[in-house]
Structure formats: C-alpha cells, structure tokens
Design a protein around this ligand. Structure first.
Ligand code: HEC
Length: 192
C-alpha cells in the first residue's frame, strides 16, 4: 500500500514536469493553432475608434486652424499661409512652401504644430488633437488616405514628398564646433 502510493506520487510529479515542459515550450504551443487564437467575438467586434480620427481632425482643424489657413489649407491672406499643394514649386520662380511641398518629415510637422500652432494660442493642442490636424493636412496634401489614423506608430512611417529635397551644406560649419572666424576673440592660440 505504502509502495503504491509512493509510485503514484512519483507518477503524478512526472506528469506535472511533463506538463510544465509542454507549456513552457513554444514549439509545442505553435503546433496547437487554437492556443493563439483570439476568442471568436474578436473577429466580429469592430475597433471602437475606427474612423473617428478623420472626423475629429475635421472639427479640430475647422475650429482651430481654418480661420487663418482656410477650410482646406488653401491659406487666408494675410493671416495664414497656404498649407496644401505646391509640390514641385520650390525650385521655381514662384515657390509655394507648404506641408506637402517643403517638410521632409511628418513628425516635424507634428512637432511644429504642437509647439507653435494655432499661432494665437501656441501649445494649446493636446497630443491627440495634434495627430488629428496633422492627419488632416497630410490627407489634404494627398500623402495619406482620409481613413488613415496617425499616431506614434504610423506618423513616423509616412514618407513626405520632399524627403530627399534637402542637401548637406558644403560650406564649413560656423557653429561652436567649426573653426573660429579670422580675428575672433575665441580663437585659440596656434598650437606650438
Ligand atoms: C491666428 C492665425 C493662425 C491660426 C489660428 C493657425 N495658424 Fe498656422 N500659421 C499661421 C501663420 C501666420 C504661419 C506662418 C508662421 C511663420 O512662418 O512664422 C503659420 C504656419 C503654420 C505652419 C507651417 C507652414 C510652413 O510650411 O511653413 C503649419 C503646418 C501650420 N501653421 C498649421 C496650423 C494648424 C494645424 C493650425 C490649427 C491647429 C494653425 N496652423 C492655426 C497662422 C495661424
């Protein structure tokens, strides 16, 4: 009797070890497809936020930006510049500098708007409002689709039309790492 119970305890422990090994081994989980599957309800439940940003974008833009930049970013003289169009005009006689034609990175547009706009209330937009109006401007510039949502994952992936339009400045650096100007007070004595 005693012996049997000892054997069954050993068997139970062995089964436990095997079970733990099985659970801990990703390969054995991968073979069981249903292990990874989301519950069936996940396939029918819609993203509750789907499609909301474009609407938010329109209303934030119209209430906070349109008075100066026009309802579609066409600009309102003299209070606000044009923000849409102008691609390919920068090297022409009438360069039109806009979000679409000039800015090399969508994240810089976000940062600029977040810090500096609306010009009469800089810094007043929340991060989400800034994503929304940035998405609005990218869409009006035909860079993203109207239903594309911009957030910290998607915005850095946007490729701006003028991404390769900037060239390194070949002139020597004049910052504090550059050589001091002739006769400058900061000029170090020549090394001996
Ligand atoms: C009170 C008027 C006013 C309002 C409101 C306003 N802006 Fe501006 N915005 C300006 C002016 C003026 C400039 C040009 C500033 C400069 O060049 O120094 C500008 C510049 C910009 C630029 C840079 C354009 C470029 O390519 O140089 C962007 C982008 C921009 N605004 C977006 C927005 C957004 C988005 C909003 C709404 C959240 C907004 N602005 C609200 C007046 C306004």
């Amino acid at each position: 009797m005693r012996r049997i119970s000892r054997i069954s305890v050993i068997a139970a422990l062995a089964a436990l070890v095997l079970f733990i090994l099985h659970v801990a081994n990703p390969a054995s989980r991968a073979q069981n497809a249903s292990f990874h599957n989301a519950p069936p309800s996940a396939k029918t439940t819609k993203n509750p936020y789907e499609g909301q940003q474009p609407d938010a974008a329109k209303s934030v833009y119209q209430s906070r930006c349109a008075a100066c930049h026009g309802p579609n970013g066409e600009g309102v003289a003299p209070q606000g510049t044009q923000l849409v169009g102008g691609v390919g005009t920068l090297a022409s006689e009438n360069p039109i500098r806009t979000v679409g034609s000039y800015w090399p990175y969508a994240t810089s547009v976000w940062d600029y708007i977040h810090r500096a706009m609306p010009q009469n209330q800089p810094g007043s937009l929340s991060a989400d409002e800034t994503y929304a109006v940035t998405a609005f401007l990218l869409n009006r510039n035909k860079i993203i689709e109207a239903n594309e949502v911009m957030d910290k994952e998607s915005l850095p992936k946007v490729r701006m039309p003028n991404r390769d339009g900037f060239i390194p400045d070949a002139r020597p650096d004049v910052g504090k790492n550059g050589p001091p100007a002739e006769g400058s007070k900061n000029q170090k004595p020549p090394a001996r």
